[in-house]
Design a protein around this ligand. Structure first.
Ligand SMILES: [Zn+2]
Length: 159
């Protein structure tokens, strides 16, 4: 398994935090046509550890084939090659989002997108974030920058 990226299953408490955060940002999510999911019943009632474990196994195996992405990304940004990321697995919230401070990507296991593409996208966001803050880059500009970098990294020879 990749040494840079650790996959973790969210606890009930963390899931509740994600639900609160999603509700707080619901207007932004809807305005920007970002898909998300929320519990129908309570988080506790819906919490099914097997569902998370199955997803984690699938995504860890797929990630293993893509792990040189992390090295390309870190090289591009002149970051230490041992830089760590966490990928949190959630049942709720947007299909993918990131936390710069925690160096964490959160992925919604209900996503119909390729989770590997989402993880690469969100990891690139983490790398770009200091520039976004420094230059006051808007949401749409930020997405364009992330997608442009991903295209460059796709065509970079592996290290
Ligand atoms: Zn994005």
């Amino acid at each position: 398994m990749s040494q840079n990226v650790k996959f973790v299953i969210n606890t009930v408490d963390r899931e509740k935090e994600i639900v609160r955060m999603t509700l707080k940002n619901i207007k932004f999510l809807k305005d920007n046509k970002i898909n998300f999911s929320l519990p129908v019943k309570t988080v506790e009632e819906e919490y099914d550890i097997k569902k998370y474990e199955t997803f984690r196994e699938k995504v860890e195996q797929a990630w293993d084939k893509k792990k040189d992405f992390t090295q390309r990304l870190l090289t591009f940004f002149h970051e230490p090659l041992e830089t760590k990321f966490v990928v949190e697995i959630s049942n709720y919230g947007p299909l993918g989002f990131y936390s710069f401070n925690k160096h964490a990507v959160t992925i919604n296991l209900n996503t119909r997108l390729n989770p590997i593409d989402t993880i690469m996208h969100e990891m690139t966001h983490i790398m770009v974030e200091p520039f976004v803050l420094r230059y006051h880059i808007s949401y749409h500009q930020k997405e364009n920058i992330v997608n442009a970098i991903l295209r460059i990294l796709e065509t970079t020879p592996s290290i």
